[in-house]
Design a protein around this ligand. Structure first.
Ligand SMILES: *[C@@H]1O[C@H](CO)[C@@H](O)[C@H](O)[C@H]1NC(C)=O
Ligand SMILES: *[C@@H]1O[C@H](CO)[C@@H](O)[C@H](O)[C@H]1NC(C)=O
Ligand SMILES: *[C@@H]1O[C@H](CO)[C@@H](O)[C@H](O)[C@H]1NC(C)=O
Length: 505
């Protein structure tokens, strides 16, 4: 028996912005359909799809709502969430789907528009849809910046002229190198998929791919021709101010998927995203609103503001088991029923997508020869740190964090509530977390963050396992300005064993 008992959830003195983290433990499908880009047809490349079983080649709101189930935790959420899969190309030319770990997380950040802080957050309307990212992009080019330089501090972006939508959309993609033995990297820190040698040497728990959607809306169009022009990023990607003409603030959607690139440690070959992109600049993601219904989503936006981010802390949500999430599947259209997309898939990517290198854009159909990989900054391991600056600084840290205060429970079955409010109020001296198993009894099972104004809080969830009574207690502490999201590694590994994708033998 397992009890999760959050003992203390603490905000900073200045308050923190709310969010919830939609868990979609099931992958509803992995297949080559894309109702936004290729409505009614077979899509160009394979996507991992989460959410409603009603997803199809030309899915509408009604199709999603009428699906029998959702692969996400909240039964009122029959939205569709999808993004490309990740493959490994063996040195003999065979492609193999990389195992996806733990499904998908879709964060709903409830950040206000910084240029209208008194304004509200408007729920996605019925059938609202959008795409983040550009599947054909094959370079990282930010105005006025040498591509081999790291991102400057977020607070400087505007002054450097780096807040155009195309700049922001490239910074909305992140590849987080996972190593659960050390403190996590900040999100949206590295904007390219590291090469295999780097992954082998550093990312022993795989790679987490992150993408932030635009969250400023023109207030009228549910979609646009390129599925992007009706929305825009606030000027710091995840927060900041909305541009003129896009002053309806939506929840900030942020997807995370983890891919077990570590299963190929020491194996010759390279990773490639399903759209034929080896460096990851063309990562993208899609969303169709399928909440039942818009008014419900608006109530959730207004009331699900517990800073824990836990969907369990929102009284409106009906939560189904992980088993139910995993059993929800979309039906594969007959045109694709014979297509191999999981495990070893043959000597090309699904859809016969060719690898296309940059820096020029990929072509939608098969390419002519292009050059090669493009120069990227050398972005090595790094942790987020406290800063007196803007929350974005968590994406670009400069100092070495000090250890987290020890949380010393009096016993595993009755841990003390650990209060770090004082530390949180004084970011300059804020401790950062240590490695996950700092005190033996408590294992950090995940971290998440909330931001507000100029403060970012990391919430570290620790789990103590008491073997004798088989009781589990969760202690939640909050420290500022350490941005991370450690997922439930233990759970995720269990999923692997019986989950989607290539069965492990
Ligand atoms: C290529 O190599 C992989 C990994 O060793 C193997 O599983 C696969 O069967 C090989 N493919 C062919 C066509 O030999
Ligand atoms: C937030 O949720 C926690 C449980 O995780 C609960 O103890 C706390 O009272 C909630 N806070 C609010 C403001 O509802
Ligand atoms: C970089 O990518 C963009 C978007 O695909 C493209 O417009 C631009 O031409 C590319 N830059 C170079 C140097 O090819």
């Amino acid at each position: 028996m397992k009890l999760n008992v959050p003992l203390a959830i603490l905000a900073t003195a200045s308050g923190a912005s709310a969010f919830w983290r939609m868990e979609c433990r099931g992958r509803a499908g992995l297949l080559r359909i894309d109702p936004l880009v290729s409505p009614g047809e077979v899509g160009a490349h394979a996507h991992a799809v989460h959410g409603s079983s009603g997803f199809n080649e030309k899915a509408t709101y009604d199709d999603l709502i009428n699906g029998d189930c959702t692969s996400c935790a909240v039964t009122q959420d029959k939205s569709a969430y999808w993004a490309p899969g990740v493959y490994f190309k063996h040195s003999n030319g065979s492609y193999e789907l990389v195992d996806q770990v733990g499904g998908m997380l879709a964060y709903y950040f409830l950040n206000k528009d910084a240029s209208n802080p008194g304004g509200k957050i408007t729920a996605f309307p019925k059938d609202f849809r959008m795409i983040a990212g550009d599947s054909l992009r094959r370079n990282y080019t930010i105005a006025g910046q040498d591509a081999t330089q790291k991102d400057p501090e977020k607070s400087l972006w505007a002054a450097l002229g780096q807040t155009s939508q195309v700049d922001l959309s490239q910074r909305a993609i992140g590849y987080n190198c996972l190593n659960y033995d050390i403190a996590p990297e900040p999100s949206l820190y590295r904007h390219y998929l590291p090469e295999k040698g780097y992954l082998d040497a550093n990312c022993k728990d795989g790679i987490r791919i992150e993408i932030m959607f635009p969250s400023c809306w023109n207030g009228k169009d549910l979609d646009s021709t390129n599925h992007k022009d009706h929305v825009a990023y606030p000027d710091l990607v995840q927060d900041g101010g909305c541009p003129q003409g896009f002053d309806v603030k939506l929840p900030g959607l942020f997807y995370e998927t983890i891919w077990a690139t570590n299963n190929y440690q020491g194996v010759d070959g390279e990773f490639v995203i399903a759209n034929g992109d080896v460096q990851g600049f063309g990562y993208h993601a899609d969303f169709i609103m399928g909440w039942d219904d818009e008014a419900f989503l608006q109530s959730a936006v207004n009331t699900c503001t517990n800073l824990s981010g836990e969907i369990q802390d929102c009284p409106l949500f009906n939560i189904q088991s992980e088993e139910e999430q995993r059993s929800c599947k979309i039906s594969v259209p007959s045109a694709l029923s014979q297509e191999k997309v999981v495990g070893l898939v043959g000597d090309s990517l699904p859809g016969n997508v060719a690898i296309q290198y940059g820096p020029g854009p990929a072509t939608a159909k098969n390419p002519g020869p292009q050059t090669a990989t493009v120069a990227v900054p050398t972005v090595s391991y790094s942790q987020g740190v406290t800063s007196s600056g803007y929350p974005g600084l968590v994406f670009k840290e400069t100092t070495t964090p000090s250890p987290i205060p020890a949380s010393t429970p009096s016993s595993a079955s009755s841990p003390e509530a650990t209060d770090f409010a004082a530390a949180a109020a004084a970011p300059a001296t804020t401790p950062a977390p240590t490695a996950p198993t700092d005190d033996g009894k408590y294992e950090v099972i995940r971290t998440e963050y909330v931001t507000s104004g100029n403060v970012v809080n990391e919430i570290i969830v620790k789990e103590a396992v008491e073997y004798v009574t088989v009781t589990t207690t969760t202690v939640t502490v909050s420290v500022p300005a350490k941005r991370a999201a450690r997922r439930e590694a233990a759970h995720a590994h269990r999923h692997l064993a019986r989950g989607h994708g290539r069965p492990r033998v």
